[in-house]
Every structure is written in structure tokens, then in C-alpha cells.
Write a protein that binds this ligand. Structure first.
Ligand code: AMP
Length: 465
């Protein structure tokens, strides 16, 4: 098996990796680091939680350190774009950790917080700038930043960055960047039309595909409970009373929906925080910090938390509502089973959502295991929406940092009989048993403190890969 030292990484970076407890590179790191080090453009596809950040950050840091010139005031030498503020902040932390032994500076800029400190940070110029597109353009427009000396551009969650909500900002940003430059695209999902679009941004790229686009992370047990919409909140409260739900991320489709779930859980005596686009940035940061450090057991989120967020030991992801964009499902459940750990993902599927479920199963090329609902939640199938009733066709805009893709139109067709039969006829495992599967070694929801997201994963990769 390859070691980090075989990949041509320098001593200070190897020392940082060892301090972070990483013993072996992951597959995306093995395949992406050498070409990025040699200056090639690259498009990298690998499952969620498999170390994509280090796959671009390590060789970038090394390249920047190999040519140690001071950045000019109000410029950056490398730019990483992220769709959400929380992910931007996390990526910047990773650059700081991996580059701890190098004389390189990292700054992060995103909206929702005062711009003054960000302007000050940029005044002397930075080596690595991690940004969300809107705030980046604000800084450019107000002339506190110029992008004319940027040498490397990274689009993390590239398919989302190239999609409708971000593409206009991205086009503007790319026009401001010099050529030639190195461009790196990474994601766990890459729909074909977006991949075609991506070619416009790449120059003779290396393509690294560790797993085909939208492959769900290894070691996630995925199940689906068929339950009517009006019973979902009670089912959720019933499940969450079980202490086996050590650290749970619950996804709803809308911001108001997330707030409603939190209120309902509070009435049921279960504490939960919400994170979504209607919350202030300090509220968002507090909610995520409390979830990360174990003070909050349950976090209810919109898709704002679906991409990239790396919280150690998420034991369960519950899709309280199924996403109507199937790629979002892959990212949502990817908040568990990270860095070689195991996790459980359970989807609550109402009749109205059956077509979403089919889209998800088609995209991921796998079937979610049907789990019979606990007693008291078994639906009266004949009383539910009649077969043939129109399914929802309009995409509900996810509450992430920006609007995204074109609506995914679901064909107006009835759920197949087979779908219906699944909930009653297919013998399933009982829900409590499914939810109590022992997590694989290394998934340690009780872990606290330490070096944050960089400290524990090594043991897992050592064992898992
Ligand atoms: P990422 O996909 O970049 O968010 O990384 C997922 C998790 O894996 C993070 O907690 C990283 O700290 C961790 N990680 C990344 N690379 C390695 C590695 N080579 N060995 C152990 N853990 C890693």
C-alpha cells in the first residue's frame, strides 16, 4: 500500500499528516496528489468522507511552498470556492492544519458576518483564500481583493458550483483569473451535463474516478420506512428517545419544516437545534459547534449541511423528508460513515415521495432496504394517496447557500406496484434492530476534544482500507 512519502510530499507536510494521525493516503489522495503536484488540471470523483480535501490541499500547499514568494497586498495565490460558509470554514481549517509547518497564510471569507475583518485579513495578501462566491465578489467589487495573481482554482463540490445557483458568480470570478492556471474540481456526484460543462474550465485534465459518480459511501446501512407525512414527527420522536441515537442529523427539505421538527421534538421532550439559511451566521455556527462537540445530540438541517460537513461520529442520518434532487441524498447520508467509519441512514418515505425514492435508487444504483414501521406507525395503505395521483413535480428549492440546479422533473406516473408491495410484502428487518446495528470499529460518537476533524481518522483508514 502506498505511503504519503511515496507521493512526493515534503517533510513539513508529512509531519503535519502524522500529527493529524493519518497513516495512509486514501484512494483519492493516492491518485490525485501526484498529478496535482505536477501542475495538471484534475477532476476528482470519490465518495463522501474519503479525504478529498487533503487530496487537493496537500499538493497545493506543497506547490505554493516550493515557490515562496510573498503574496502582493489584496491578492491571493490560490483560491478555493465552496458552496456553503460552514464548508468554507472547515476547508480553511484543513489548510491550516496540513500547512502548519509551512510559511503560508490561509484566510476564509464568506457572507453573513461583518466584512471589515475579512478586508483586514486580505490587506497584506494571502497564499490560500477559501471563499463562498458571493462574499468573494463583494470584496472584488469593493477593490479589497484582486484575483489577477491567482495560480490555482479549486471548485469543491464542483457539480454544485457549476449548477444554476452559482454558475453566474463563477463565470464572473473565472473571468478575473489569469491564464494559465491550475484548476481542480472535486465532488462525490457529477451529473453528466455538468461534467460536460466542467470541461470549459479545465485544460487537458486528468480524470480520477475512485468510484462512479453518486456511489454512496461504503459502510452506510441504508433503510427506508414507509410512513405517512402526518406521522413522521411522532415516528422521529419515538426513535430519538432511544439513546442509541448518539449523534443524529435530521434532514428536512425546507427551513420552516426544520423549525417545525425542532418545535415538535421540544414538545416531546427532545432537545434539538436547527441549522438553515434563515438563521443568523452566529446561530448557524453555534448550532454546528454544539453538534460537533457533543453538546447537541440532534441537529435538524436543510441541505445547507448536506455537502462536505465533516462531523466525527454521526451515528445516524435521518431523511425526515426525501430530497427531490437525488444527488442531495448522496451528500446528506454522506455526513455519516466518514473516514472509514460506519453509519446508519434511514429515510422516511411518504406516498408523495415515492418517486423521489425511485430517483434516488436509480441514481445510486442500489435499493434502500425497506424496514417495517414500528407498531402504531404502520400505514393504512388503502387510505393513502390513490395510485395514479399526481406526484410532486416541482423542485422545492433547497435552503443551501444559493439556488441550484434546474428542477428535476419527475415523470407523471404512478408509483409502481412493486414499490407499494415493498412495504408490506418484502420481509424486512424490524426498525429497532436496523437502527441498533453495531457501528463498525472506529465510529466513536462519544469521542470529544482532541485535534478536531484531523485527529482520529487514521486508525479507521488503517483498519478499513
Ligand atoms: P474529507 O472527505 O476531506 O472531508 O475527509 C473526511 C475525513 O477523513 C476527515 O475527518 C479527514 O480528517 C479524514 N481524513 C482524510 N484523509 C485521511 C487519511 N489519509 N487518513 C485518515 N483520515 C483522513
Amino acid at each position: 500500500m502506498t505511503d504519503f512519502s511515496d507521493l512526493g510530499l515534503s517533510q513539513p507536510i508529512l509531519a503535519a499528516l502524522s500529527a493529524a494521525g493519518y497513516s495512509k493516503p486514501t484512494p483519492i489522495q493516492c491518485q490525485a496528489i501526484p498529478p496535482v503536484l505536477s501542475g495538471r488540471d484534475l477532476c476528482g470523483i470519490a465518495q463522501t468522507g474519503t479525504g478529498k480535501t487533503a487530496a487537493f490541499a496537500l499538493p497545493m500547499l506543497q506547490r505554493l511552498a516550493a515557490n515562496p514568494r510573498r503574496p502582493a497586498p489584496r491578492t491571493c495565490r490560490a483560491l478555493v470556492l465552496s458552496p456553503t460558509r460552514e464548508l468554507a470554514s472547515q476547508i480553511a481549517d484543513s489548510f491550516r492544519a496540513y500547512g502548519a509547518g509551512l510559511p503560508l497564510s490561509t484566510a476564509v471569507v464568506f457572507g453573513g458576518v461583518p466584512i471589515g475583518r475579512q478586508r483586514q485579513q486580505l490587506a497584506r495578501g494571502v497564499d490560500v483564500l477559501v471563499a463562498t462566491p458571493g462574499r468573494l465578489l463583494d470584496l472584488v467589487d469593493s477593490q479589497y481583493l484582486t484575483l489577477s495573481s491567482d495560480q490555482i482554482l479549486v471548485l469543491d463540490e464542483a457539480d454544485l458550483m457549476l449548477d444554476h445557483g452559482f454558475i453566474h458568480a463563477l463565470k464572473r470570478i473565472v473571468k478575473l483569473l489569469p491564464r494559465p492556471r491550475q484548476t481542480l474540481l472535486f465532488s462525490a456526484t457529477m451529473p453528466r451535463p455538468i461534467e460536460a460543462l466542467a470541461q470549459d474550465y479545465l485544460d487537458d485534465p486528468v480524470k480520477v474516478v475512485v468510484a462512479p459518480s453518486a456511489t454512496t459511501a461504503d459502510r452506510i446501512d441504508q433503510g427506508v420506512v414507509f410512513v405517512s407525512s402526518d406521522r413522521k414527527r411522532d415516528l422521529l420522536a419515538t426513535l430519538l428517545r432511544d439513546p442509541a441515537f448518539a449523534r443524529v442529523l435530521v434532514f428536512s427539505r425546507t427551513k420552516h419544516g426544520a423549525d417545525r421538527v425542532v418545535r415538535h421534538l421540544a414538545v416531546a421532550g427532545i432537545e434539538a437545534d436547527a441549522i438553515h439559511g434563515n438563521k443568523s451566521q452566529p446561530q448557524r455556527e453555534r448550532a454546528l459547534a454544539a453538534f460537533r462537540d457533543g453538546h447537541a445530540r440532534v441537529l435538524v438541517a436543510t441541505d445547507i449541511a448536506a455537502r462536505g460537513i465533516d462531523v466525527d461520529g454521526v451515528s445516524h442520518v435521518i431523511n425526515f423528508e426525501l430530497p427531490n434532487v437525488p444527488e442531495d441524498y448522496v451528500h446528506r447520508i454522506g455526513r455519516t460513515a466518514r473516514a472509514g467509519a460506519a453509519g446508519i441512514a434511514i429515510a422516511f418515505c411518504s406516498d408523495e415521495e415515492r418517486l423521489y425514492l425511485r430517483d434516488i435508487e436509480k441514481l445510486t444504483r442500489s435499493s434502500l432496504r425497506p424496514i417495517p414501521a414500528p407498531a402504531g406507525f404502520v400505514r393504512n395503505v388503502t387510505a393513502s394517496r390513490p395510485v395514479g395521483a399526481a406526484p410532486p413535480t416541482k423542485r422545492v428549492q433547497p435552503a443551501s447557500a444559493g439556488p441550484k440546479s434546474e428542477p428535476v422533473r419527475h415523470p407523471r406516473q404512478a408509483p409502481a406496484d412493486a414499490d407499494r408491495r415493498r412495504e408490506g410484502v418484502v420481509p424486512g428487518e424490524a426498525l429497532p434492530a436496523f437502527l441498533h446495528r453495531p457501528p463498525a470499529s472506529g465510529n466513536n460518537p462519544g469521542r470529544r476534544g482532541g485535534l478536531g476533524r484531523h485527529d482520529t481518522a487514521a486508525a479507521r483508514y488503517g483498519g478499513a482500507r
